[in-house]
Each structure stands twice: as C-alpha cells, then as structure tokens.
Design a protein around this ligand. Structure first.
Ligand code: DC
Length: 227
C-alpha cells in the first residue's frame, strides 16, 4: 500500500488536533502534531530565561537542544532531551513562546527534516500551520480547518479549565487573536490555505460531526483520485 500524507493546517483552536487524532485512528494512520515541536523549542527557551522573540538567543539554543517525537501505541509523545514534555508544553506561556519562536527562520529550518522524515515513512495526518504549503507540498490531501475566533477561544478556554488551570475567557480570546495575527503575518511560512486545500469550517459543529465530515472528505478524495 502506498504512503498517504494528509496535511491539516489552520489557526489555533480550530479543532485540528482532536479531529485529526480521531480521523487518523479510524484510517489507521499516525497523527503528527507539529505544534508540539515549536512548543518544545519555546519551552526550552523559556526555561533558559530567554526572550522568545530574540532570534539570536533562540537560534543559539538549537546548537544543543534535542527534540524528538516518539509514537507509543500510535500516540505521539514529545521529548526535550530525555524528558517527556508532552504535558509541560500545554500552558498558555508555552503557547505564546511557540508562536514567537515559530517566526524565527532557523527554528523552522531546524524542525523541517524531522517532519519530512516522519511523513516519508508513514501514512499520516500531519497538523500544523505550513504543512500543505511548505513541509509537505506534495501531500495527496490538504485540509485547511478553521472556525470563528470566539468559538475557537471558547474551546481552548474549556480545555484549560478542564485541566484545572485558572484562566479568564477574555484573556484566552485576546491571546488567540494575537497568536492568529503572529502566525498569519510572519515573513516565513505564514499560516494560509494551500491553493489546492479543502477548506473545512467547524464553527457550530460537534467533535463527532467534524470527525465525520473530515473522514467523508478524505474518503471521497481517496476514492475519486484512486489513491
Ligand atoms: O498547533 P499549536 O497551537 O500547538 O502550535 C503552537 C504554535 O506553533 C503556533 O502558534 C504556531 C506554531 N506552529 C507553526 O508555526 N507551524 C506549525 N507547523 C505548527 C505550529
């Protein structure tokens, strides 16, 4: 069977990770969350007490940082050196740090091969911001997933509250808008739909309905294009 790559891009909170994870499971593909890589570089810089917008300082950290994605029973874990940081990268501070370091060209270059290698060897759904445009321009299927800012912020807010974090909705919304702006206005690999992507808006859709919609879209494309 040939290797199928599905690129899933879109803004923060569009439901990319939960939806992609469920779709990947149903298809028997691996799910790759590339945001975790940027978050890990951001977390490392934060721990070193650096300004995550300082390109020179962050670039220096790449000389010694070791980031690895490991798949355990199909579940992705991300390692910073020997430490599993899969949970530590999920704080609002790490989110903003990730957005900041992701605008640094050396960081994107550093993570490029790692992402490409996984896709070369595995049928996968890879989620990020530039997967269909830069990392996997030849992906057989490209999806751009989006939803209204308010709905995306509400989802993120509920997620954080569920994890026991003390957050205010307005702050989550403002941070999300700031992150959207950063991600779509940076000079290198900005967030934008690939020309050949299928746009899926999950506003007002439950997780199950979104999963069904994506799965249907993918299956149609696999059949119609005999992939
Ligand atoms: O998907 P996420 O929220 O975990 O991503 C964290 C940040 O990393 C996001 O603000 C933008 C950046 N990112 C990126 O620039 N390119 C990717 N392929 C994935 C994430």
């Amino acid at each position: 069977m040939s290797i199928i790559n599905i690129a899933v891009d879109g803004p923060a909170g569009a439901g990319k990770s939960s939806i992609s994870k469920a779709v990947a499971k149903k298809l028997g593909y691996i799910y790759v969350d590339t945001g975790a890589l940027y978050r890990t570089i951001g977390l490392n810089a934060l721990r070193l007490g650096l300004d995550t917008k300082n390109a020179e300082d962050v670039t220096k950290t790449l000389e010694s940082v070791k980031v690895e994605l490991i798949f355990i029973n199909g579940e992705q874990r991300v390692f910073l050196g020997n430490e599993d940081v899969s949970e530590a990268i999920r704080t609002p501070e790490a989110s903003m740090a990730a957005s900041n370091v992701s605008a640094i060209p050396a960081v994107r270059e550093f993570l490029f091969d790692l992402q490409r290698d996984i896709a070369k060897k595995n049928s996968c759904l890879m989620d990020g911001r530039d997967i269909g445009t830069v990392v996997l321009p030849d992906a057989q299927i490209k999806i751009f997933m989006t939803a209204s800012a308010n709905e995306r912020a509400m989802r993120r807010y509920k997620e954080l509250v569920k994890k026991g974090m003390e957050v205010e909705f307005d702050k989550v919304l403002l941070e999300l808008i700031e992150r959207d702006y950063n991600d779509s206005h940076r000079k290198i690999a900005p967030l934008k739909p690939a020309e050949d992507s299928i746009i899926i808006d999950t506003s007002g859709l439950s997780l199950d309905s979104s999963v069904d919609l994506v799965l249907k879209t993918v299956k149609e494309k696999l059949i119609n294009e005999k992939l």
